[in-house]
Design a binder for this molecule. Structure first.
Ligand code: 5RP
Length: 219
C-alpha cells in the first residue's frame, strides 16, 4: 500500500470509534471512504445498516455483505463518515471531487454527527485551490457557467461525467473562498445549480487528519 493510502486508512480506522452498536451509518464516497467501508466490514454484525452517498459506495458495501438502506426509510442518521478534497480548521470543506456531492450533502444534512476523514495534505488555510465542484441541471450548464464567470470563477465542464442524479459537474477554478458560508449561499441561488461542493453551512463536526506523526482530531 502506498504512503498516501496508508494515511487514508489510518484516518478511516480512527473513525471506527464513532460507530456504535445497532447504528445506521452514513457512508461517503472516494478512496478514503473506501478504506472506511473495508474496515466497517469487520464489524458489520454490530451495525443495523448503512446509507450510501453514491452508487459506487453502495456497491462496495453490498460486496462486503453490509446492508444498504434507503435514506427515506432510515430517517435521521446518528453518524456520517466521509472524506474531503479540502478542509479548513473551521471544518469547512470542499467535496465532490468524485462527483457525489449532492448525495453527500443530503446524507450530511440528515446526520447528527459528520466525521470527516482525510490525510493532512487536505488541510488548507483557505478553500479554493481545489477546483470547486458544482452539480448543475444539464439544460442550465451554460447559464450557470456564465453566472460563475461574472463572479470571477473559471468554470470547466467535467468531461464524460454524469452524476448519479443524471446531472453535470462544473469544476470552478480560481476561486479564493474567503467566506465559504456566504459563497455557498450565493452559488446555491443560481437557477439550475443543484449542489455546491462547499460544505460550510453544514460543516463537519469532527475532522480526523492523519499525517506522518499520527492521527489528530479537530472539532
Ligand atoms: C467525492 C468526495 C470525496 O470525499 C473527495 O473527493 C475525497 O476523495 P478521496 O478520499 O479519494 O481523496 O467528495 O465526491
Amino acid at each position: 500500500m502506498s504512503n498516501a493510502d496508508q494515511l487514508k486508512k489510518a484516518a478511516a480506522e480512527a473513525a471506527l470509534q464513532y460507530v456504535e452498536d445497532d447504528m445506521i451509518v452514513g457512508v461517503g464516497t472516494g478512496s478514503t471512504a473506501n478504506h472506511f467501508i473495508d474496515l466497517l466490514a469487520g464489524m458489520k454484525a454490530r451495525i443495523e445498516g448503512t446509507v450510501a452517498s453514491s452508487e459506487v459506495s453502495a456497491e462496495r458495501l453490498r460486496k462486503h455483505g453490509i446492508p444498504v438502506m434507503d435514506l427515506n426509510s432510515a430517517g435521521q442518521l446518528p453518524l456520517y463518515v466521509d472524506g474531503a478534497d479540502e478542509a479548513t480548521e473551521h471544518l469547512h470543506l470542499i467535496k465532490g471531487g468524485g462527483g457525489a456531492l449532492t448525495r453527500e450533502k443530503i446524507v450530511a444534512a440528515a446526520s447528527e454527527k459528520f466525521v470527516c476523514i482525510a490525510d493532512e495534505s487536505k488541510l488548507v488555510g483557505m478553500l479554493g485551490a481545489f477546483p470547486l465542484p458544482v452539480e448543475v441541471i444539464p439544460m442550465a450548464r451554460s447559464f450557470v457557467a456564465r453566472e460563475i464567470l461574472k463572479m470571477g470563477g473559471q468554470p470547466e465542464l467535467r468531461q464524460g461525467f454524469t452524476t448519479d442524479n443524471g446531472n453535470l459537474i462544473l469544476d470552478i477554478h480560481n476561486l479564493h473562498i474567503a467566506n465559504p458560508v456566504e459563497l455557498e449561499g450565493q452559488l446555491n441561488q443560481i437557477a439550475g445549480v443543484v449542489t455546491v461542493g462547499i460544505f460550510a453551512r453544514r460543516p463537519a463536526d469532527v475532522l480526523i487528519l492523519s499525517g506522518k506523526d499520527g492521527v489528530r482530531t479537530l472539532r
